[in-house]
Design a protein around this ligand. Structure first.
Ligand SMILES: [Zn+2]
Length: 204
């Protein structure tokens, strides 16, 4: 198990590199629908691997709870793109792909603020399930935003957008952030939660 985190980190890098190649450089990449589905699958894969890496050091949870959190992070990593529909105010494919505005779920400072408040609230009031779900949201939006930032930069409202991140910076961030978050979690998690088995049916 000692090599699990490096192994997952390597897999995150490979999933990002290989996934981007399939989405943007394969023989089917001209198809908007192919790109949308594969792009979504890459976001989901990165979210899934990030949450497994994060939870690999988490000893307080049983397998069912870990699986629930991993599924939540995986789906959310992909579903963030649903805000293209809200930003476009249309369910038609042509409108969505031609629209250049970004929805609120792509605003990094907005999600940073919301998740920081949730972490503080759940920490103070010892709401362990909200606390862990908040980490899943953080893992999902950071991996999604960093990957998108390779093409469009990060949306740091009210300061606008950063320049697009280079491929090296994007891969470095997408692989290192789950490791950094898992270390932060180990240090800030309340003592109360250590050595405690948490069930999904606990009241949040
Ligand atoms: Zn996106």
């Amino acid at each position: 198990m000692k090599m699990l985190k490096p192994f997952l980190t390597l897999n995150i890098c490979l999933a990002a590199l290989l996934g981007d190649y399939i989405v943007f450089n394969s023989s089917y990449s001209k198809s908007q629908i192919f790109r949308a589905f594969t792009d979504s699958a890459v976001h989901a894969t990165l979210g899934c691997l990030s949450s497994i890496l994060f939870l690999s050091q988490e000893l307080s949870f049983n397998n069912t709870t870990c699986l629930f959190n991993i599924c939540f992070c995986t789906m959310l990593s992909s579903l963030i793109d649903i805000d293209h529909i809200f930003a476009t105010r249309s369910i038609y494919w042509k409108d969505i792909t031609n629209n250049r505005t970004r929805g609120i779920l792509h605003c990094t400072t907005f999600l940073f603020t919301i998740t920081s408040l949730l972490l503080i609230y759940s920490y103070i009031y010892k709401k362990i399930n909200i606390y862990m779900l908040t980490w899943m949201i953080i893992l999902a939006y950071t991996s999604h935003h960093v990957r998108d930032a390779n093409r469009r930069g990060l949306w740091m409202y009210p300061y606008g957008h950063t320049p697009p991140l280079s491929k090296y910076v994007y891969i470095f961030l997408v692989a290192s952030l789950p490791n950094i978050f898992s270390v932060i979690n180990v240090y800030i998690k309340p003592e109360l939660y250590k050595h405690t088995m948490i069930n999904t049916n606990m009241i949040v």
